[in-house]
Design a protein around this ligand. Structure first.
Ligand SMILES: *Cc1c(COP(=O)(O)O)cnc(C)c1O
Length: 377
């Protein structure tokens, strides 16, 4: 935890769980991405944490923005990004939203099928499009399903359709799965992408850009490779598959940009057992759960580091649950979490690595509980 966050929490008087994000860490992360991939433009995935202070900082540092809706486009513009630094990267868009984005100056759109190409040709004529291809997400802790992207064999047809309709067939995108622990996972997707570039060139259409997506991890309980390792592996794959004709590249980090910049402070509401049996597991209920920011504990995929004021005392396995009246609101049960036996009601719990995908996943009024509060310092 940074000294600034520690100091902030020491002085905070309000009640309730909160996320504190240290923008100095976001600044460091941006610099690390820019250094690790020096010829690559950074498009921050706004959905990871759209706090105005974070967007404004990144805009000032020269970042571009990957957005998924008119709301996110407006937030990026309000933060000071110009339209040519914003992509509309969602493959699923209403035609009237495409038209609104076009009116706001957006000229770069994602597609993964011909129907979406046709919407863009009508509502955003002459724009650049890139085609998202499916990626299996192997090796990722939060893999993305088959929801986005087409099979690679279909991409040339989609892009040729765009070309015929007067759009600029700009490139290919993929996402290797979020919290991707293996820097080598970009290699196969880049081999496939290079093959699509060659096939398009044979059709007389010269693609220019590869969107390498997100997937850069943040540290939870396990160590993860540094961003330099990702940069080196990606550059090597680009050389291997594109030779000395490396295309323009962009990355879309979300988690890797803000995950480690935030800490949630929460409180133990109850510690209990379900029976008198000696070996019965303890239940620890926090004032935050799946519905107020910790949605990525679904299937216990993301295991956050929990810090308590009693770390160092003997540990016991605990089921960790949230405060709402929904029985799904349990964070860790299949694999119980080791917590101090001395833990007490009212103890503050720090949940680390929570700068990404928390506030945006928080419901607002479920059981009358407010959405997760964020302080950006
Ligand atoms: C969510 C998203 C990202 C960010 O992914 P991370 O794994 O958080 O880096 C990047 N690109 C697109 C298209 C996304 O939807």
């Amino acid at each position: 935890m940074s000294d600034r966050i520690r100091e902030f929490l020491r002085n905070r008087r309000e009640d309730g769980p909160c996320l504190v994000v240290d923008t100095a860490i976001v600044h460091d992360n941006y610099t690390a991405f820019a250094r690790a991939l020096p010829d690559t433009r950074v498009f921050y995935a706004v959905k990871a944490n759209p706090a105005p202070e974070i967007l404004a900082l990144l805009a000032r540092l020269g970042s571009c923005f990957d957005t998924a809706s008119i709301g996110e486009i407006e937030m990026a513009l309000a933060a000071g990004a110009t339209p040519e630094r914003i992509s509309y990267g969602n493959t699923i868009k209403k035609e009237r939203d495409i038209a609104r984005a076009f009116a706001l100056g957006i000229r770069l759109f994602a597609v993964d099928c011909e129907a979406e190409v046709e919407k863009i040709a009508r509502a955003a004529p002459g724009s650049k499009v890139f085609c998202r291809i499916l990626c299996d997400g192997e090796g990722a802790d939060w893999p993305l399903s088959r929801k986005f992207g087409c099979v690679p064999e279909m991409a040339p047809r989609v892009l040729e359709h765009a070309h015929r309709l007067g759009l600029r067939a700009h490139g290919i995108s993929f996402h290797v799965g979020s919290q991707q622990g293996n820097p080598e996972m970009w290699d196969r997707a880049l081999a496939t992408t290079a093959a699509i570039f060659r096939e398009m060139a044979e059709r007389g259409i010269h693609l220019a850009m590869v969107n390498l997506g997100g997937g850069f991890p943040t540290r939870y309980l396990k160590d993860v490779p540094a961003v330099q390792a990702y940069g080196a592996a990606i550059f090597e794959s680009l050389r291997k598959h594109f030779g000395n004709r490396i295309p323009e590249t962009i990355i879309e980090p979300g988690r890797g940009m803000v995950g480690n910049a935030g800490i949630i402070e929460s409180e133990v509401v109850l510690v209990s057992k379900k029976s008198d049996a000696e070996d019965d597991v303890r239940w620890v209920y926090l004032d935050i759960g799946k519905f107020h920011g910790l949605a990525e504990t679904i299937d216990e995929s993301i295991r956050y580091p929990l810090r308590t004021p009693r770390d160092g005392d003997a540990l016991v396995p605990c089921v960790v649950a949230g405060p709402t009246c929904d029985s799904v609101d349990v964070l860790y049960e299949k694999t119980p979490y080791m917590l101090p036996v001395s833990l007490e009601i009212g103890d503050k719990i720090l949940i680390e690595g929570t700068g990404a995908y928390t506030t945006t996943y928080s419901s607002r009024d479920f059981n009358g509980m407010p959405g997760l509060k964020q302080y950006t310092i």
